[in-house]
Design a protein. Structure first.
Lengths: 352, 262
């Protein structure tokens, strides 16, 4: 049995099911993210693990014990909230020591643990500060230390970086990951930010409308999406409508130009089908003799720093391609006709 | 620019006069009991009047009881509404506004009619007076606590404490109440001020409270009522000063948020 296991978890509110038949196994020390748009049930699932919501059906096991009927204060779970939720009337040291005081630890033990936690988050000089005397990033680090101080079996983070600005978000993200690795604590992280989910996690659970779309490593989720939702939600994606030419051999066409894929298509000849193509998979040159070639007209070029995004069109169909920026990059002119290339594997046919 | 500023000051000065002149006149009049000299004689008379002490201590006791009952009733209710039943907020607001809409005289007639015959013969019990005062103070107490609760993230704080193993009493007494300190003090002082000077209900239920005492005194004496008026002003202002002082510390909403209520 996995360390944290959710089996057939369902949460129904009066009119709708927020989570339906959710199953997940998390190994000890693993970092798992729930990724999805708002209202997909990711936070509700996390809150059921914490005990703030009661599951309508299903079981939650932590270290082999079913905790589904235990109140939140008896689950030994550390929780970090989006709004930090530090106690405004207590200093940093008192906040971190709160859980230990509840557990009736001796004052020496509390002090030692608080010092250790302050060291871990590099905030030893802040022990006497109050929450209102700190920035958002500092408050969230203290909240993390407070959750970790009680040595919880599982650490839950509910969009902990959403309220912070971009730079702090990346800094703290790396810090969370390194602390999690150092302590080896089993962690579940909720986010709607795919970059966060992909960069932090051992595995990502992509959720939509209360159910699981796909569970996999960040690499699998990004490169081999199993449903149209995952394909469109994770990363940027071009969705292009094409006609089927030869279903058995996966040959399609876009405005009289042929596109070959490596897989047969479950449609009849002359049917319309959608293909998904990542912008970074489309290139200006190629060494692959089997690659697809499309003659396109450059519609617009947008400079995004490390990336240059080109919009190109074939007839009325437009799609994007991303090129890595470098000073030697020879960019075509807007309105000029060029050839672009993408491999057969890059072409994902959305079978719906 | 300069012209605007002049008129601002002018209107403010005029407003100040409207407020302070009667107050100054009352103060000066209250000091004129002894012929040709200013003295505190009227104040001494009031303070040494056994009826005053009796009325004041009765009203103070009623105020304290009202505060205790209101706190026990309002704080957990408001907390629970914020935490679990946020949809009830508009209904709670409506209910707590009722005492503003229903005049005290209507309330007291209702109370007398309902509680003057067995099995609910309560008109002669101070419990009925306290109950009526709790209703009267409800808008002030509920609003103070509500403002305090709005200023903190009740749900996240409660859940954070729960996940750290805290029980309900610990969450209330160590996490929620300390952050409502100034809100609770605000509600307490406002309730005290209302009860201590209340006339209609105390009079109708025939209690020798401070309100009825002041009215009787006003009909019989000249200087003493003025002295009493100044004393009650001092008491109210003293309370507000304490409130401001306490509210400056950390711990939830400042009492200024209540300013629009009077």
């Amino acid at each position: 049995m996995a360390f944290l296991e959710l089996t057939n978890i369902t949460k129904r509110f009066v009119k709708f099911a927020a989570v339906e038949d959710f199953n997940l196994k998390v190994e000890k020390g693993e970092f798992v993210s729930f990724l999805g748009p708002s209202g997909c049930g990711k936070t509700t699932t996390l809150r059921m693990i914490a005990g703030f919501e009661t599951a309508t059906e299903g079981n939650i096991y932590i270290d082999g014990k079913d905790v589904v009927n235990r109140p939140p204060n008896q689950r030994n779970i550390g929780m970090v909230f989006q709004s930090y939720a530090l106690f405004p009337n207590m200093t940093v040291a008192d906040n971190i020591g709160f859980g230990l005081k509840v557990a009736k630890k001796s004052s020496e033990e509390i002090k030692a643990r608080v010092d250790e936690m302050l060291n871990l988050i590099h905030m030893s000089d802040f022990r006497a500060r109050y929450p209102y005397q700190m920035s958002g990033g500092q408050q969230q680090r203290v909240a993390l230390a407070r959750a970790l101080a009680i040595q919880p079996q599982v650490l839950l983070l509910d969009e902990p970086l959403s309220a912070l600005d971009a730079k702090i978000r990346v800094e703290l993200r790396n810090e969370i990951r390194s602390i999690q690795r150092k302590l080896g604590i089993t962690t579940v992280y909720v986010t709607h930010d795919q970059e966060e989910a992909l960069s932090l996690s051992d595995r990502v659970v992509v959720m939509n409308s209360g159910h699981t779309e796909q569970i996999g490593t960040p690499f699998e989720i990004y490169n081999f999406p199993q449903t149209p939702f995952v394909a469109s939600f994770v990363g940027t994606l071009n969705i292009i409508y094409v006609d089927v030419v030869d279903p058995a051999n996966g040959i399609l066409k876009l405005e009289e130009q042929e596109i070959a894929t490596n897989k047969p298509v479950r449609k009849a000849k002359d049917d319309k089908v959608r293909i998904a193509l990542r912008p970074e998979m489309v290139k200006l040159t190629t060494d692959d003799p089997a690659a697809n070639e499309l003659k396109v007209v450059v519609d617009s070029i947008v400079f995004l720093g490390a990336i240059v995004r080109m919009r190109v069109k074939v007839g009325t169909t437009k799609f994007s391609m991303d090129l890595f920026n470098n000073p030697d990059l020879q960019l075509p002119k807007e309105g000029s006709q060029i050839s672009v290339f993408f491999s057969r594997d890059a072409c994902m046919v959305l079978q719906d | 620019m300069k012209k605007t500023r002049f008129w601002s000051w002018f209107w403010m000065f005029l407003g100040g006069l409207y407020f302070f002149v009667p107050l100054y006149a009352t103060l000066r009049f209250s000091l004129m009991m002894k012929k040709d000299v200013l003295s505190f004689m009227a104040y001494e008379k009031v303070i040494h009047d056994p009826k005053f002490l009796e009325a004041f201590s009765f009203s103070a006791q009623m105020a304290i009881l009202t505060i205790l009952v209101s706190l026990v009733l309002v704080v957990p209710t408001a907390y629970w509404v914020h935490l679990r039943l946020p949809k009830l907020k508009p209904i709670m607001e409506f209910i707590t506004m009722l005492p503003f809409v229903i005049p005290a005289i209507v309330l007291v007639f209702g109370l007398i009619r309902s509680y003057s015959k067995p099995p609910l013969l309560l008109v002669s019990s101070p419990a009925l007076l306290v109950a009526a005062y709790v209703v009267l103070a409800l808008p002030y107490m509920y609003r103070s606590v509500d403002v305090g609760l709005r200023a903190i993230d009740v749900r996240a704080l409660t859940e954070a404490a729960q996940s750290l193993g805290a029980s309900w009493p610990r969450i209330l007494f160590q996490v929620i109440f300390p952050n409502l300190r100034s809100a609770l003090l605000g509600g307490t002082f406002l309730t005290f001020a209302i009860v201590i000077g209340e006339l209609t209900i105390a009079n109708s239920l025939a209690w020798k409270a401070l309100g009825p005492y002041m009215t009787t005194l006003a009909g019989m004496k000249a200087y003493e009522p003025a002295a009493l008026a100044v004393m009650s002003f001092a008491l109210t202002w003293g309370s507000i000063a304490v409130l401001q002082f306490v509210g400056k510390g950390r711990g939830g909403a400042a009492p200024e948020n209540m300013a629009g209520m009077h």
